[in-house]
Design a protein around this ligand. Structure first.
Ligand SMILES: NC(=O)C1=CN([C@@H]2O[C@H](COP(=O)(O)OP(=O)(O)OC[C@H]3O[C@@H](n4cnc5c(N)ncnc54)[C@H](O)[C@@H]3O)[C@@H](O)[C@H]2O)C=CC1
Ligand SMILES: Cc1cc2nc3c(=O)[nH]c(=O)nc-3n(C[C@H](O)[C@H](O)[C@H](O)COP(=O)(O)O)c2cc1C
Length: 190
């Protein structure tokens, strides 16, 4: 086996019988799957932290639950696990700079200085001006490969009046036109 083939085979996903899919193949395919952009924040005994996440998905509405995939190597990981709470702040168009601030490599204080925050019911920072925000307790964590899948039960919600969403697609941000609606705020089940 030549050097190139060896390197390629080392890059293949860890699957016994599955097709040969490299990490780069997978990422290139995922780049074609558009997703909302969120800043996931936390605070508590483990300290304040936050990271940008597109791997966020609704699981069930009873009890209202989302999942978030967090890279175990992220600088936010220890704080998220220690605090056991997160606020999933879904970004609106115009939040691209904030998304990049929380997208890695910046000190925590610099990240939070880029936005206006208030303290949610769980204590996690809630972004003023977020399209919508889910205040959550982490009820279960499942480790898969490089990531922890956090199952987050929603205990409070806040929706802003922003009309345009933000989508990450093809490694770029795109504004998404939507209908304007009145701001709401409520605890889950209310
Ligand atoms: N789920 C994740 O952990 C994601 C991580 N990122 C990180 O943001 C940076 C820039 O990303 P892009 O400009 O989109 O280029 P990219 O080529 O690194 O990623 C393309 C797509 O692949 C997926 N992806 C990337 N890294 C992943 C990972 N470690 N685990 C699972 N899925 C992953 C995402 O859907 C992403 O939009 C990279 O460092 C990337 O690792 C970005 C999106 C999702
Ligand atoms: C648009 C975008 C989406 C991202 N989505 C995720 C994600 O879903 N899960 C994740 O663990 N990291 C995601 N990241 C990467 C993290 O925001 C961050 O870079 C990573 O946690 C490492 O950051 P650190 O410098 O704090 O360690 C994303 C980055 C960007 C720019």
């Amino acid at each position: 086996m030549g050097q190139c083939q060896q390197a390629e085979s080392a890059e293949r996903a860890d699957s016994v019988a599955g097709p040969a899919v490299t990490r780069q193949d997978y990422r290139d395919a995922m780049a074609r799957l558009g997703a909302a952009v969120n800043i996931v924040t936390t605070d508590g005994p483990g300290g304040r932290h936050g990271f940008t996440a597109s791997a966020v998905c609704s699981v069930t509405d009873q009890p209202p639950t989302l999942l978030v995939c967090l890279n175990k190597g992220s600088s936010a990981s220890a704080a998220v696990h220690a605090n056991g709470v997160v606020c999933i702040n879904t970004l609106a168009s115009g939040h691209e700079t904030l998304s990049n601030l929380f997208g890695g490599g910046k000190p925590v204080e610099e990240r939070f200085a880029g936005g206006e925050w208030r303290v949610s019911q769980t204590g996690a920072p809630m972004l003023v001006g977020a399209l919508t925000a889910f205040d959550c307790r982490i009820v279960r964590t499942v480790e898969v490969g490089t990531h922890d899948v956090l199952f987050c039960e929603v205990v409070g919600l806040a929706s802003g009046d922003g009309a345009e969403g933000l989508i990450y697609f093809s490694r770029r941000y795109h504004a998404l036109q939507g209908a304007t609606h009145a701001p709401t705020e409520r605890a889950a089940g209310a």
